[in-house]
Design a protein around this ligand. Sequence first.
Ligand code: HEC
Ligand code: HEC
Ligand code: HEC
Ligand code: HEC
Ligand code: HEC
Ligand code: HEC
Length: 392
Amino acid sequence: MMSASVALAQGDVISEDATVIDAGKQLFDANCKTCHRIHEKNVGPALQDVYNRAPSVEWIREFVRNPTRVIQSGDQYANDLFNEYNIMMTAFPLEDEQIMSILAYVQDETKKGPAEVAVADTGTEAATQDAGPSGFMNAIMVGIVILLLLVLGILFLIMRVLKRYLQQQSEDLGEEDKELLGQTFSLSGTLTSKPVVFLTIFIITALVVKGVITGLFSIGVQMNYAPTQPIAYSHKLHAGQYQIDCNYCHTGVRKSRNANIPSANICMNCHSSILPDSPEIKKIKAAVDNDTPIEWIRIHNMPDLAYFSHAQHVEVGGVECQTCHGQIQEMDVVKQENLLTMGWCVDCHRKTEVNGKDNAYYDQLIEYHKGNGNEKMTVEDIGGLECAKCHY
Ligand code: HEC
Ligand code: HEC
Ligand code: HEC
Ligand code: HEC
Ligand code: HEC
Ligand code: HEC
């Protein structure tokens, strides 16, 4: 408390002005949120109440602008923190005023207290995650083969029992029947016998059908596809537990057609100090050192004949990633949740209303549309079912 009032005396008053708080929130989201939360520990400490905990507000400004210098100066508080987290915070060349607005936001959030956390639904996800299309097909194939072998075994047993029985009663048999009974087992005879030929044809047909189905899955239509990646990267850990924003890695998603897979450099922003000795992280470092990209296996893949833009959907349409990709932040291994077929695109365009928020042009259109007696304006109404919008 003492240090806080000294700080106040030096003019370090943390503002309660709404516009300052708002500016602070934007700076915080853009620069600090990758590593800090207000109420809970993340990559860095929880920032709630930090202005009362740190040596002074002036110290915070110094630290944000150049954490390395503060730590190397021998500052006790900074060194204790560094020893606890073992990560060098990035330096931010921000103005006094900007850092003070971030603190205004932090103070405002501290006063509000942590938001009610919705109970996460972690029910059946794990159980349904692994059986991909090929796993499923293989299981069916193995099942059928086992069943056929069982039937074959039982038939042989019945034959033997019948043969014994008939041999015991052989006096009563006619000539023809005796001849039949006397037949011995012949290999070539068995191989060309009807049941064996039938069985062989059946197995070959089943294999061909399986091949065709697997082939179909590999041309864009591959629901549940979840290949093992070259590095055991987990969205559940990064986007779930540590709540790193999707945009931090998928940098194109709001401004271009492609979402982009992050380069190894983005990983090293954190991993040059987080777990640098882990074998998985060493693979990332090797990729950076040798200037070779990490060969991530592509999961979602639409045929070239169709055009899809992330920016149009995420930025303009306001569609959440999860609507199309499922609960990525709960997946250790990414799995394709939806068939990326034309039917899927068109179905959603029929049902989904256009997002009119903050868009004067759409607001006008929607008003005009309602004036014509319609309840809502869907993507279909703005031409989202025209062939040329998706094909050209
Ligand atoms: C790359 C991750 C990262 C980013 C980004 C980051 N920090 Fe940090 N921050 C840390 C870590 C880790 C610590 C703990 C000290 C250490 O290990 O260097 C820390 C410590 C702090 C502290 C001291 C906390 C305390 O408990 O006294 C403040 C204040 C702080 N950061 C503010 C900020 C602000 C403001 C921003 C955005 C402008 C920011 N940080 C961005 C990782 C980060
Ligand atoms: C720390 C970086 C990072 C963050 C944060 C991140 N991702 Fe990823 N994402 C990756 C990497 C690396 C891959 C490629 C490896 C893989 O598929 O797991 C990937 C793959 C994907 C894919 C599959 C791409 C394909 O091949 O079709 C989707 C979809 C995806 N991410 C969505 C998201 C969403 C949604 C979020 C936010 C909830 C998110 N990601 C957050 C790094 C990240
Ligand atoms: C904003 C910081 C940040 C970024 C960026 C980041 N990670 Fe991580 N990563 C972490 C944290 C925190 C952990 C968990 C550390 C722990 O468990 O102590 C982690 C753990 C991991 C692990 C587990 C390592 C092990 O041995 O347990 C792997 C693998 C990994 N990250 C890969 C990646 C890849 C690949 C990228 C880039 C696409 C990436 N990370 C980007 C913060 C980050
Ligand atoms: C309207 C549905 C939709 C939404 C919303 C959506 N995606 Fe996608 N995403 C797709 C489709 C379709 C593809 C396949 C694109 C292709 O093959 O050209 C894809 C592919 C990807 C890929 C693979 C690499 C690439 O650039 O094609 C990543 C990564 C990805 N999405 C991340 C995200 C993230 C992160 C968000 C949210 C910010 C998001 N997506 C929102 C439909 C969507
Ligand atoms: C979850 C729902 C959803 C899915 C799935 C979806 N879209 Fe969309 N799409 C939208 C919305 C909402 C808009 C309207 C965006 C706006 O406000 O302009 C849109 C707009 C578009 C537009 C622009 C239409 C126009 O008239 O300007 C194209 C092109 C498009 N989508 C292509 C696709 C393709 C290709 C797919 C399938 C791979 C797809 N979309 C899947 C919701 C979806
Ligand atoms: C909202 C986007 C969208 C609209 C509108 C759309 N398509 Fe498609 N179309 C796709 C996507 C995505 C694919 C690729 C996935 C697939 O094959 O299902 C595709 C595939 C196709 C194919 C190839 C099918 C195949 O098996 O290779 C044809 C042909 C086609 N569309 C014709 C049309 C015609 C004609 C119209 C107008 C009546 C139209 N499309 C409107 C998204 C769209």
